[in-house]
Design a binder for this molecule. Structure first.
Ligand code: AMP
Ligand code: ZN
Length: 113
């Protein structure tokens, strides 16, 4: 997707503060952090949202989920963390490229506030 900001981050066109990258995924610090640690985990493949994940993306999704614990260790989130996906309009998804927010280093209430 030529006009997708996260595709541009994935292909290096737009710089990001990257914490991890391989051929399938890239993880980088959110530009507007909502917690002392706020990292985004995205597939390099353009998938518009969690609602548009296909059967063929099953392994990719598993890879992303398994990466969370590695990142949490690397980022020192030994007291826990929150993983968030905003999906669609009611989920207030602003970037239409699948991503997961990994938030930590502060106590997070539920419901969020
Ligand atoms: P969402 O509202 O779930 O779609 O989240 C999109 C997130 O992307 C927001 O937290 C933004 O702060 C973040 N964001 C947007 N552009 C960039 C960028 N160029 N680099 C890092 N984070 C970004
Ligand atoms: Zn994209």
């Amino acid at each position: 997707m030529s006009d997708c900001i996260f595709c541009k981050i994935a292909n290096g066109e737009i710089p990001s503060n990257t914490v991890y990258e391989d051929d399938q995924i890239i993880c980088f610090h959110d530009a507007d952090p909502q917690a002392p640690v706020h990292v985004l985990i995205i597939p390099k493949k353009h998938i518009p949202s969690l609602d548009e994940v296909k059967e063929e993306d099953k392994e990719l999704l598993g890879t992303i989920m398994l990466k969370v614990q590695d990142l949490a260790k690397d980022l020192g989130l030994d007291n826990g963390y929150r993983l968030v996906n905003n999906c669609g309009e009611d989920g207030f998804q602003t970037v239409k490229h699948l991503h997961f927010h990994l938030l930590g280093k502060r106590k997070m209430t539920w419901p969020p506030g």
